[in-house]
Design a protein around this ligand. Structure first.
Ligand code: HAM
Length: 417
């Protein structure tokens, strides 16, 4: 039996890890400029956190969670997303007692039992930010401007920012009644799951992927048109900040987001070039979640982007990303003595931050040079008895074939200069 990685998981191999590191560093640097600080949260939490936070009727909670009982018979769930865990940590450590806002970011793996396809995995990675304590529409705009800056910085141009306003619990109540009445009249046209959603949380019908349900929804009332004056004003103020910053957007009244905690602003950055799973980033305001999870009322806003999807967009746009770095120097050795000297030299060079490599396979000198070529070493140096005795060797630049004599004691300085 050959062992394979579980369905929906990927290995990030050495040939690709430089790309990931580059993207991750770019994200970290941008968070630094925007003054978001990193938070690291556990991979698993008590199941109840997600049931209460993300919502029992969401697909994520009702169908997609990796939930199990641990040996102490506690129900544990692998995090399907980051927001609930970050809110839990924000409350548990009293971060709300600091001067607000609290601006946090995270890079995490997430777990959802979904049907794998291009851009949809069971283990995937998210980069996300959460800002607590700021109710102002300017905070929504700041978070959106951070995402926009990430795409600009990475050279991504062809993403659309879609916005919607899904109101607050009070305007949502009236809307839910309206939507329920509309859907009840067409109940027989809905799929079985949506018939159930209709009873428990009618807005979740918008999450349905079935074409039949989507066609029923075509003429359904939209929450955007039913929000209260305060929610309407918040949205208008928020878009005026985006206008001021020159950030283009489109209104998409069908966005409700698949998680229950959102209120007012919701947004998605969508690509048309990477297939059906084109939503690279999604987020919104969640002014009631902190309270829902046991804290005092505290507004929040954030987003998360799938890093695999981000890399797909970059690749699709032909944006070149760094390859693994090649060695600056390969030292080939002839014989045991020279091999020990080579070990000492590469150690000294490596400790000074120079990418140096040598043989560990007991290859002949010819095979060592062939290997140096294969790994694209920039320079090579052959070490034998004569070189050790003279404390000098020929340093060869592989691309030009040019050689120069160097004193072995000065090798480090040569590379550092
Ligand atoms: P989400 O829309 O569920 O939101 O996920 C955010 C992003 O994660 C998606 O836009 C997508 O890029 C990526 N993603 C989701 N599921 C998968 C999957 N199965 N495979 C690959 N990538 C995936 C949230 O998770 C919210 N917590 C975002 C948020 C933060 N809202 C406020 N703060």
């Amino acid at each position: 039996m050959s062992l394979k990685a579980p369905k929906g998981t990927i290995d990030i191999l050495p040939k690709d890890s430089a790309k990931w590191q580059f993207v991750e560093k770019t994200l970290r640097d941008i968070c630094d400029s925007f003054q978001f600080k990193e938070i690291r949260i556990p991979v698993f939490e008590h199941t109840e956190l997600y049931v209460r936070g993300v919502g029992e009727t969401s697909d994520v909670v009702s169908k997609e969670m990796y939930t199990f009982n641990d040996k102490g018979e506690r129900s544990i769930t692998l995090r399907p997303e980051g927001t609930a865990g970050v809110v839990r940590s924000f409350l548990e450590h009293g971060l709300y007692a600091d001067s607000q806002p609290t601006k946090l970011y995270y890079m995490i793996s997430c777990y959802r039992y979904e049907k794998p396809q291009a851009g949809r995995l069971r283990e995937f990675r998210q980069f996300g930010v959460e800002m607590f304590g700021a109710a102002s529409p300017a905070a929504d705009a700041e978070v959106i401007s951070l995402v926009k800056h990430i795409f600009d910085k990475l050279g991504i141009q062809n993403l659309t920012l879609n916005l919607n306003n899904i109101g607050c619990p009070s305007c949502r109540k009236a809307y839910n009644d309206k939507l329920k009445a509309f859907l009840t009249d067409r109940k027989n046209d809905l799929c079985e799951t949506c018939q159930e959603r209709l009873e428990r949380n009618p807005m979740r019908v918008f999450d349905c992927k079935s074409e039949v349900c989507q066609s029923v929804l075509k003429d359904a009332p939209r929450i955007y048109d039913c929000v209260c004056p305060e929610c309407k004003a918040h949205f208008e103020e928020m878009t005026s900040y985006l206008d001021e910053m020159g950030i283009a957007y489109q209104l998409d009244k069908s966005i409700v987001r698949g998680l229950d905690y959102y209120s007012r602003t919701v947004f998605e950055f969508v690509s048309n070039d990477i297939g059906a799973q084109g939503t690279v980033c999604g987020g919104g305001r969640y002014d009631y979640l902190v309270e829902e999870l046991g804290g005092k009322p505290c507004p929040g806003i954030g987003f998360a982007m799938g890093i695999e999807r981000l890399l797909m967009v970059l690749e699709n746009a032909g944006i070149s990303l760094p390859e693994p770095k090649e060695p600056q120097l390969y030292i080939a050795a002839i014989g045991k003595e020279a091999d020990k000297k080579a070990a000492k030299l590469v150690h000294t060079l490596r400790c000074a931050g120079i990418r140096a490599e040598k043989d560990y396979m007991e290859r002949s000198v010819k095979a060592q040079m062939k290997y140096a070529n294969k790994i694209k070493a920039e320079y090579t140096l052959v070490l034998g008895d004569d070189e050790i005795a003279a404390n000098k060797a020929q340093l060869k630049q592989m691309e030009t074939g040019e050689s120069q004599e160097v004193c072995l004691d000065e090798l480090k300085e040569k590379f550092l200069s």
